[in-house]
Design a protein around this ligand. Structure first.
Ligand code: ZN
Ligand code: ZN
Length: 270
């Protein structure tokens, strides 16, 4: 299984997941032209995408969905609430209830309910040949079932939105601060660190920190929080930060863990 971070954060989210002849976009929060460019830069193409997996209906996750469904006829997979809020009755839709699983080409996709201020948000586990990706972005708290699946993941993509001190001292209006920090908002660096540490087992696991706020976080703060928490508990895992606005990380289940490195700025996008 190959996973590439195409964008991560409040200005757009998309991961490309490919295994065998199947490839899916996990969220499509960029316009079709940008998605096409970024996919092409890593050897993908929109017309070869098997399906769109949608975590929830917020614009930074679904901005490109309607055009992709209309132009390419791509089927959309998500919870019934997410599909209804994103597409209404348009296009081919495969509803997946939290707790359920669905085969998408050569992949098995499982949805897990998460707490976030959307209609029916979900985390996704994507499995191919016993290799598992877990994507848990846009959630404000971590439930037991997410921890249980997180322990099985070979690649864990975790919401790591804000440094708490920066959020509370920062420029956002009080109401927005409370919304972000709420159990239905986003994970702080400390919450993400606790989640990552709780998922660490003897299994070799790579961690991507995702959806960092440009205002209330920095990659250095997020990395330090997670690495320090792991170190205190005697745990070691490769931890990398997904960039907001460019192709940034690639993971290949066939490569040794030491080679799960960030990509350089491939095309000069800043
Ligand atoms: Zn988001
Ligand atoms: Zn959201």
């Amino acid at each position: 299984m190959r996973v590439v971070a195409l964008a991560s954060g409040s200005s757009g989210n998309a991961l490309w997941v490919q295994a065998g002849a199947t490839s899916v976009l996990l969220d499509a929060g960029l316009g079709p032209r940008t998605l096409a460019q970024r996919l092409a830069s890593v050897g993908g193409a929109l017309h070869k995408v098997t399906a769109l997996l949608l975590t929830h209906e917020h614009d930074d996750h679904v901005r490109g969905v309607s055009p992709l469904v209309q132009r390419y006829g791509l089927p959309a997979v998500g919870t019934p609430g997410t599909l209804r809020a994103t597409l209404g009755g348009d296009g081919e839709q495969c509803a997946l209830r939290p707790g359920g699983e669905l085969r998408v080409g050569e992949l098995v996709v499982r949805a897990l309910a998460v707490e976030h201020d959307a209609l029916e948000p979900a985390a996704f586990e994507v499995e191919h040949d016993g290799v598992r990706l877990l994507v848990a972005v846009d959630l404000g708290s971590v439930g037991q079932d997410l921890l249980d699946r997180g322990r099985l993941a070979d690649l864990l993509v975790v919401d790591c939105n804000h440094d708490e001190e920066r959020l509370w001292r920062g420029p956002y209006p009080a109401l927005l601060k409370r919304r972000i920090a709420a159990p239905t908002g986003h994970l702080s660096n400390a919450q993400a660190a606790a989640f990552v540490a709780a998922c660490a087992t003897a299994r070799r696991q790579t961690v991507w920190l995702a959806h960092l706020s440009a205002v209330n976080n920095t990659p250095a703060l997020a990395l330090a929080a997670v690495r320090e928490t792991l170190a205190v508990q005697g745990l070691v895992a490769p931890v990398l930060v997904a960039a907001r606005d460019r192709v940034s990380l690639r993971w290949d289940s066939d490569a040794p863990a030491g080679e799960q490195l960030g990509l350089p700025d491939l095309h000069g996008e800043s």
